[in-house]
Design a protein around this ligand. Structure first.
Ligand code: TYM
Length: 334
């Protein structure tokens, strides 16, 4: 008898264009595991409105993101690709889990602290309770692993705590999932400010998946290395964070170890190293960009993908939701 596969699930907010951090921290890992796991990947559109969005841009980016998921190697035949807002069970379980998540826990979330500092005029309830919705996104599908970058580890840990708390009261309802974080690329830092993570909010230091090769190369050539005069490619994150970040990126795209990279650039200095990293990234992203452009042109295909994805996702999600409703004492509708 065929053994049932383990389940993987993850999502990305279509609040900006996908960038190298999203790719190396998350998507690359998803695509590499498609054969081994039963996979669910979604566009987390409901999460984006915790910060004001332009509606037309959100719609456009959601579809672009789907095209880019497929172009990154996520075959819709093997992976369930869907749009979060198409599955009402996310909001429904999100509400239930809100009632099992503590104010103190939510107050400690780094993403909440960062975003509320950035958007002082809009510290809304959704921004605060975001992790309960994220826990619902995850727990609905009973995954074994949640492949994310380092910055989402805290939310994944809270999801585990919520699942354990719920199971403790009602019996085994949720599988308690584990975050799955890559060795290289878990935390890609900005090219212009290596002390903070690469993010779309600092576009000069951020490499987007759809960016033209010449723009990518320009960003790498201008990347901050370090302030000492050593001009030597050596992995030392404390005193050379910019170089360590470039080495991390190079390691993630080439599969080389830090020792191999140091040997490759011994005696060559940053003048050779930075464009070499740029070139390796360009060659990694080139086929993705070309493929994504083709897929995006076929709107009917994209629609067929997200509709089929929603159908498969809803089936699994509703099963979990029904179980939860029953456990907490809601009268079944049918
Ligand atoms: P989001 O949309 O900010 O980021 C999506 C994924 O990209 C990773 N990532 C990075 N990895 C390495 N270096 C970086 N500079 C970098 N920037 C982003 C993130 O760790 C993440 O894996 N709350 C989530 C979205 C979400 C989700 C979920 C994820 C909603 N529901 C359920 C997993 C499961 C978020 O804001 O990620």
């Amino acid at each position: 008898m065929e053994q049932t596969k383990k389940v993987m699930l993850s999502g990305i907010q279509p609040s900006g264009d996908l960038h190298l951090g999203n790719y190396l921290g998350a998507i690359k890992n998803w695509a590499e595991r498609a054969e081994e796991f039963d996979c669910y990947y979604f566009m987390a559109d409901m999460h984006t409105i915790t910060v004001r969005q332009d509606p037309a841009a959100l719609r456009r980016r959601t579809l672009e993101q789907l095209a880019q998921y497929i172009a990154c190697g996520l075959d819709p035949e093997r992976n369930t690709l869907f749009i979060q807002s198409h599955i009402p069970a996310h909001a429904e379980l999100g509400w239930v889990l809100n009632c099992y998540t503590m104010f103190g826990e939510l107050s400690r979330m780094t993403q909440f602290k960062d975003k509320s500092a950035k958007h002082k005029d809009n510290i809304n309830g959704g921004l605060f309770t975001y992790p309960a919705l994220m826990a619902a996104d995850i727990l609905l599908y009973q995954p074994d692993y949640v492949p994310v970058g380092e910055d989402q580890k805290q939310h994944c840990e809270l999801t585990r705590d919520i699942a354990i708390r719920f199971n403790h009261i009602y019996g085994d309802v949720f599988k308690v999932p584990e975050p799955y974080i890559p060795k290289a690329g878990a935390r890609v830092m900005g090219l212009t400010a290596p002390e903070s993570k690469m993010s779309k909010s600092i576009p000069e230091g951020c490499v987007f998946l759809m960016e033209k090769p010449e723009d990518i190369q320009r960003k790498f050539k201008r990347a901050i290395t370090d302030s000492d005069t050593e001009n030597c490619v050596r992995f030392d994150p404390a005193s050379k964070p910019g170089v360590a970040n470039l080495m991390n990126i190079y390691a993630a795209v080439t599969g080389k170890s830090f020792a191999e990279i140091e040997a490759e650039f011994a005696g060559q200095g940053y003048g050779k190293f930075k464009p070499a990293v740029g070139e390796a990234v360009i060659e990694t992203l080139r086929p993705i960009r070309e493929e994504a452009q083709k897929i995006l042109a076929d709107k009917a295909y994209l629609e067929s993908v997200y509709k089929a994805g929603a159908e498969k996702a809803a089936y699994v999600a509703n099963k979990t939701l029904r179980k939860v409703y029953k456990k907490v004492g809601f009268v079944p509708a049918r």
